[in-house]
Write a protein that binds this ligand. Structure first.
Ligand SMILES: NC(=O)c1ccc[n+]([C@@H]2O[C@H](COP(=O)([O-])OP(=O)(O)OC[C@H]3O[C@@H](n4cnc5c(N)ncnc54)[C@H](O)[C@@H]3O)[C@@H](O)[C@H]2O)c1
Length: 302
């Protein structure tokens, strides 16, 4: 049998703070395939996440097929807006949610990984985070600061993370990020420069695949996922409508499950995908292939 076997590999999943998003689903699929998983969690969400874990609120979603429970080898604080701690302004560093977390920058996380697990601690990087403070505003009304924050947190962070983490990877390393088709088609309501950030992320995926491939032998891919009512997506305000619209108009009409994205991420991170790099892989029930909404009279489901 052809298996996804990640036994003995370690994954860093950046962007997990509950069990509702793609990051959690990917962490779970990676663990199902045998990988050990460490996560990077945004400091403002860290305590809530730790509480949920401690109080057993996520036990049901942590159940693995083997009967074991998904365990995170480490949970590190990470604010991907900062490559180094020195870049973080004083009001952030002194903020009550940040001040006791230690070095929460990308660089700080890399240093902790090396001190916890040695010089080459990593095989798999998953970038599953985004933030656009003005996501509800049309692009025409987006401020320069809002636009640049969306780009910084949602796109540049992948560049910074790969620069810091690819050298820590063992041979056969892989990086996967999450994008959305608003990068290439207009999705009304997905504003604030988030569409621009996803376009940058996809373009950077190709360039980083070339550069990190040549330099570190690391593969870089991005998954263009269909809409999911995660915590982040709920901030857009119209996520339920987006989910419904896709289910009504995609070639496959059953609702997209986060685990389906998780399984593709596990495949892309595995040796089975050793020749796949620089790709945007659609995991969206085929919705990206459509050029017109399904007229009600021809709507048919199985
Ligand atoms: N939900 C969707 O419909 C959808 C569709 C396509 C792509 N995506 C992408 O999937 C990825 C994961 O998002 P999700 O929808 O699963 O939501 P999510 O809420 O599970 O994940 C987003 C995570 O980003 C973290 N985050 C925000 N700012 C951060 C920062 N500065 N530093 C570190 N972490 C930060 C949040 O704490 C959260 O854990 C994102 O890149 C998102 O754009 C989502």
């Amino acid at each position: 049998m052809l298996n996804i076997d990640l036994t003995g590999r370690r994954a860093l999943v950046a962007g997990v703070a509950d069990d509702a998003g793609y990051g959690f689903a990917i962490a779970k699929s990676l663990a199902e395939a045998g990988a050990s998983v460490v996560v990077g969690t945004w400091p403002p969400a860290l305590n809530i996440f730790l509480n949920l874990l401690e109080r057993g609120k996520m036990d049901a979603s942590r159940a693995l097929a083997s009967g074991a429970k998904l365990e995170f080898e480490r949970i590190y604080p990470l604010d991907a807006a900062f490559t180094t701690l020195a870049e973080a302004p004083a009001d952030i560093r002194e903020n009550k949610r940040y001040k006791d977390t230690g070095d929460f920058s990308i660089d700080g996380l890399a240093t902790r990984l090396v001190s916890d697990f040695g010089e080459r601690p990593l095989d798999i990087l998953v970038h599953s985070l985004a933030n656009g403070p003005e996501v509800k505003k049309p692009l025409l009304e987006t401020s320069r600061a809002g636009y640049l924050t969306a780009m910084s947190v949602s796109a540049y962070s992948l560049v910074a993370m790969l620069a810091r983490f690819a050298p820590l990877m063992r041979p056969g390393g892989s990086a996967v990020s999450l994008t959305y088709m608003a990068s290439e088609r207009v999705i009304p309501g997905y504003g604030g420069g988030m569409s621009s950030a996803k376009a940058a992320l996809e373009s950077d995926t190709r360039v980083l695949a070339f550069e990190a491939g040549r330099r570190f032998g690391c593969r870089v891919n991005t998954i263009s996922a269909g809409p999911l009512a995660s915590r982040a997506a709920s901030a857009i305000g119209i996520i339920e409508k987006m989910v419904e619209y896709v289910a009504e108009n995609a070639p496959l009409t059953d609702k997209l499950a986060a685990s389906e994205v998780g399984d593709v991420a596990a495949f892309l991170s595995s040796p089975l995908a050793s020749a796949i790099t620089g790709n945007t892989v659609y995991v969206d029930k085929g919705y990206h292939a459509m050029g017109m909404a399904v007229p009600p009279e021809s709507a048919s489901t199985r």
